[in-house]
Ligand binder design. Structure first.
Ligand SMILES: Nc1ncnc2c1ncn2[C@@H]1O[C@H](COP(=O)(O)OP(=O)(O)O)[C@@H](O)[C@H]1O
Ligand SMILES: CC(=O)N[C@@H](CCC(=O)OP(=O)(O)O)C(=O)O
Length: 309
């Protein structure tokens, strides 16, 4: 007779901590499944190849986790570099680039022909996912000429546009087909044949609102909204639309279109708008799938403090 068989204790699997990490993401996976997330990738967060590759991995991860990511990209530094190479002036007024018709050709070429192509290429390393477009395609974004207000004076910015209408049909069709739209912030003229240069934060906010996105996520090159910039680097982690409205007049330069965009988004049906640090590798995954939200989150008035995000 052979000795009774004593069952062995289960093997210690070294990969168990990985399972724990995956399970920790379950509440967020459940919450965000099937939701649209508009991600704005700024030109300043786009300078490092490793960060760009990590950004693409995060966006593809979201897509495979059942979310519907839409990428809107900027490219301010890349446009400035090309204008410089061509010996064309590049001046900003109230945070917006004064855009002559010649400069507009360069803006369109750099955004749609260079920056967008690069992002589409990085995303498509992971499969046939990304499709690039500009606001001109299928009337995605229509704009009229926008003026700036500098010390109470109306300033002509040339071909700078303000989005007046959106048609998200093409984006929705792409999302239904499992694709990742990558949008350059160039718009068609609503009542002329020009094309317009739209600030990419503004374009992302307009699209997030039009798509009734769950979240607008703006990646940039700072940790978030600093309470007293540049004197202090204390980041405001959460604020309501009313609190943000009070702060807006005191904000400077690049933060203005971002925070105006966040306000527009949450006032128009987007549940949360966030400004996060694109210099942190995998910032998007950290923000969406963990409790340790990084950066600044704007919520509509009346959103409960302890509500899941
Ligand atoms: N209150 C503030 N908090 C954080 N950054 C601010 C603030 N006010 C102005 N900024 C500036 O805004 C910049 C981000 O805007 P921008 O340069 O347009 O970035 P992007 O290319 O990502 O759109 C920061 O690098 C910082 O210099
Ligand atoms: C009108 C206006 O200023 N348009 C921007 C469009 C690109 C952009 O917004 O890029 P970032 O997100 O990298 O700043 C520009 O010409 O620079």
């Amino acid at each position: 007779m052979s000795a009774p068989h004593t069952p062995r204790p289960p093997r210690k699997h070294t990969a168990l901590p990985k399972a724990r990490i995956l399970i920790e993401a379950l509440p967020w996976l459940t919450r965000h499944h099937g939701r649209t997330v508009v991600i704005k990738f700024g030109g300043n967060a786009m300078v490092d190849d490793a960060l760009k590759a990590a950004f693409a991995q995060d966006v593809v991860f979201l897509r495979h986790a059942g979310l519907h990511p839409v990428v809107v990209h900027g490219g301010g530094p890349q446009i400035s570099a090309q204008l410089d190479r061509l010996g064309l002036d590049s001046e900003f007024r109230a945070g917006l680039r004064v855009t002559t018709p010649e400069a507009m050709d360069v803006v369109r070429m750099v955004l749609a022909g260079q920056v967008q192509r690069e992002l589409v290429g990085l995303l498509n390393r992971h499969g046939p996912l990304a499709v690039g477009m500009t606001g001109e395609d299928a009337h995605l974004m229509s704009a009229v000429k926008r003026y700036a207000d500098v010390d109470g004076e109306r300033v002509d910015l040339g071909r700078v546009g303000e989005v007046t209408a959106t048609d998200t049909g093409a984006i929705e069709a792409l999302l239904r087909d499992g694709r990742i739209p990558v949008v350059s912030s160039v718009a068609r003229g609503a009542d002329d044949d020009h094309v317009y240069n739209v600030n990419a934060d503004t374009a992302a906010a307009a699209l997030a609102a039009a798509l009734r996105a769950e979240t607008l996520m703006v990646l940039t090159d700072v940790e978030g909204l600093y309470a007293d910039w540049p004197a202090s680097d204390e980041v405001i982690s959460r604020l309501t639309e009313s609190e943000l409205e009070k702060l807006l007049p005191d904000l400077a330069s690049g933060m203005v279109p971002k925070m105006e965009g966040c306000l527009h988004a949450v006032r128009n049906g987007v549940r949360t708008a966030r400004v996060i640090d694109g210099r942190v590798p995998h910032a998007i995954l950290l923000e969406i799938f963990t409790d340790e939200g990084i950066g600044t989150m704007v919520v509509p008035d009346g959103a409960g403090e302890g509500e899941p995000t």
